[in-house]
Structures are given as C-alpha cells and as structure tokens.
Design a protein around this ligand. Sequence first.
Ligand code: HEM
Length: 492
Amino acid sequence: MTDIDPRGERAAALRRLALVYMTTALGLFLLMGLLGLLMRLDQAGLFVLPPLQFYQVMTLHGGGMIAMALLGAMGGLANALSMAISLSPRLLWAAYVVYLAGVALFVIGTLIGGFAAGWTMLPPLPFDPSHEWPLWAAVVSCIAYLLIGVGFLLFCLNVLYAARRAFGGLGGALGWPYLFSAGKNQASPPPPPMVLAATAVSIDGVLTVAAGALLLMAMLAQAAGLVGSLDALLAKNFMFFFGHMTANLTIYLAAGLVYATLPVYVGRAWKASWPVVLAFNVLVVGVILPYPHHLYQDFVQPLGMQIVGQVGSYAAGLPVILVTVTGGLTLIYRSGMRWSVPSILIAWGLWGWVFGGIGALLDSTIAVNQVMHNTLWVPAHFHTYYLLGAVAFVWAYFYHLTGELSGRHDRFASKIAAWMYGLGGLGFVLTLFLSGAAGVPRRYAEHLPEWQIFAKVGTPFVIALGLGIGWLAVEMFARLGIAWRNAAAHSA
Ligand code: HEM
C-alpha cells in the first residue's frame, strides 16, 4: 500500500474524477426524473402522451436511471477507496468517456430514433420489423449498452488490479486470511468494508459484462444478417443475467459509500467484523443466483432454474442487507448522531433498502409472483431500493464530499430539502405499491380511469421529491464552485 497518499496528486485526481462522475449522475437524475414525472402524469390522466412516445420515454428513463445510478456509485467509491487502494485515474477517465458515449448513444437511439423496447430490450422485440422504430435505432441502442458495459468493466478491472496489489491477491482483498481463521488472525486484519464491497462487486461485474456483451454482439450480428434468429429463452436468460446483475451490483457499490460516510456523522469507526467479511464473500456467489426470478412466467425454463431463482433470491442479498443495516443501526444507536443532510439521506437509504428488499423478496416468491408479476408492484420495489436506497446513498456521499471541499455546513433549509426527498419518495413508492397490490399492470401507456387515483395521489409527492433534490443540487453545485475557486486561489 505504498502509493496510498490521501493528500497526494493521485488522491486529488481521484477526487476530481469522483466529482465529475457524481455531477454527471446528478444531472442525468434530474433529467430522467422529469421523464418519470411525465409518465406518472400520463398514468394519472393529467398529461396524456401518445402510446409510442410513452414507451420511448419509459425506455430512456429506465436505461438512463440505471446508468446514472451506477455512474454515481462508481464515482463516489473511486474517491472513498483512495484511502485504502490506489485506482488508476487514467483508466477511470477512459471508463467515463466510454460510458458517457454509451449514454449519449442511448439518448440518440430513443429520443431521435424512437427506440421504445423498454430498458430490458428483450429479443426479438428490438429488431421486430412490425415496430415503428428504424433498425438503426435498435442497433445504436445495443451499441450504447455495450459501451456502458465496457465502461463498467474498466472500472471493475481497475478495482480488482488495485485491490490485488494492496492486499496481496484477491483472497486478501476479500479478507480470506481473517475469514478462514474465524477472525483470530490478528496479523492480517480484514480490508475496510468498502474494499470488500468493491472487490465482490467487481468480480461479479466482470461476469455480468461478459454475459451482456455476448448477447449484445449476437443481437448486432442478427441485425447485420449474420445470424438468422436468436433463441428467445436463452437471450432472456443472458439479458437478465446482465440487466438484473448490473442493477443489483449498483446497490452493493452504493452500500460501500455508507461505510465511508456514516462513521463521520456518528463519530465511530466502522470496522469489518467477521460477519461482514463472510457476507461479502457469500455475495460473490450469491448475487449470481436470483436473476431467474425474472423468468418464472416462462414455462419452458427448466424447473431447476426456477428453484435456483427462488432460493437464490432469499439467500443472496439478505446477508449483506443484514450486516449493513444492523451494522449501520448499531453504529447510530446512542451515538448522538449529527442529523445533517448526509445522515438524513443515509437513514432514508437504510429504510428504503430494507423496505424495497422485502417487496422484492415477496415478488420473488413463486406463488406471489404468479399474481404480482406484471403489476406496478415490480417498479414499486425497485424504485424503493433505488430512489430511497442506493441513489440516496450516492447523494449523501456527494453532499458530504462537497461540504468537505468547500468548508460549507448545511443549513436548516438543506435538512428540510433532504426530508422532502425522503418523504416525497416515500409517498411516490407507496402509491406504486398500492397500485401493484390492486393489480394495476406495469408498462401500460394508458391507465383506466379507476386506476388513475394512485398516480394522482403520487404526483404531488414526486414534485416534493423533485423540489428537495433540486434544492440540494443547487447547493452542491454552488459548493463545487466555491471549492473550485478556493483551489484556483490556492494554486495562484
Ligand atoms: C424521480 C423519481 C422517479 C419517478 C417519478 C419514476 C417514475 C417511473 C414510472 C412512472 C415508470 C413506469 C412504470 C410502469 O408503468 O411500468 C418508471 C419505470 C422505471 N423506472 Fe422510474 N421513476 C423515478 C426514479 C427512478 C430511479 C431512481 C430509477 C433507477 C435508478 C428508476 C428506474 C426505472 C426503471 C428501470 C423503470 C422501468 C422501465 C421499463 O420498464 O423499461 N426510476 N419510473
């Protein structure tokens, strides 16, 4: 760990990168959030979009939001990790450029090309000639996903290389000497929790991108006429391996940011205990198992895979959720935690992660899925652990970092804004859950009048959430300006 220098040039470069990643993510969130509001207004019958436009908006919103959350989590962690491992800023810049090119192509494919096959773009839908978008729009969207995948891959390789160097191999970065001595090997203490999180995610990230790239290249070969047709079931398995895993891994990356931020506000260190090390090791295998729960309704899927989906859904995330949430709550308990914007957002995030996780577990139970599978319950659970979970963790870290760099403390109004984000998000996701429980289908461009009440009630909450994050965004951008001016004055 000789090249770790928290005040050195490399650390400064990583900090700049983190700010660029997270600023881009925040900008994307605000734009994609407006599209989300537009869809909810449509579903409330207050601003009705033509169906094709609704699906264009839905596709861009879904893909754009998943991409922005991953970008923000990668950026934040790149800086947080600089205390323990030494990432290459050059490789992170390369990842950023490739990733952003992918996002830009996706915007072109959906907004200009009219691609509207949903963020999951399942074959044969993208290239089906009966659809209204041209072939090029589907091709551009596939290339976009490929580039986003390559950007993520570069990040993962960067982490794995640095973690291996710092801890004498991947086993060391996963805390094996400590784990296999049942926590008794005091000579090799485990890596900090955020290193464990980043290493576990990066190992699976490589597999995820490999699966996605295989499928996307096959799809592009089909578009070029080199392949006649793709096996739809196999393609769906690959797409969900890629899509579900990418979305899931984002949450664990963002959890790494909680390990870096919460201790500052509770005044207690968060060390990796034996259960934490075990949980992240279980995660490496466990996170691969649940994706078949997306295929319960595909009766041709082998039965064994359905059982893996059910068992894996319960086994995979639970250990990490338990150790992170109980660890976080234990850290907060009687600590006299400073209620500031980051700690408020983290408190919301811990709640959202658990509540959304329970919603997910229910829906991944085959008997429940038979009834709930295509209802708004599905977007309800993932919006909960994203909007009020992973994404809240990213904003918490971003706010914390801009505060540190500008020397600015939060004001009363900032705390109100953080509560508005949480309460607005809560109202929004509850209306999605209630719609789902009432059987309202997901991905419907037009909602029957009797369904619209849920979106009508939800819309003011979305606006409150937007005002909350809008306020925090203005503040964070202003803090960045101060930090930039301070740095310029310092170097003059
Ligand atoms: C600003 C708050 C947000 C609002 C108002 C919002 C609203 C919506 C709405 C109305 C839908 C369509 C639901 C349906 O009928 O199936 C949707 C879908 C979706 N949203 Fe959001 N959303 C928000 C934030 C997020 C976040 C933070 C993420 C992820 C990081 C996200 C990811 C998605 C995805 C993946 C879909 C599914 C798209 C598809 O089915 O192809 N959203 N959202």
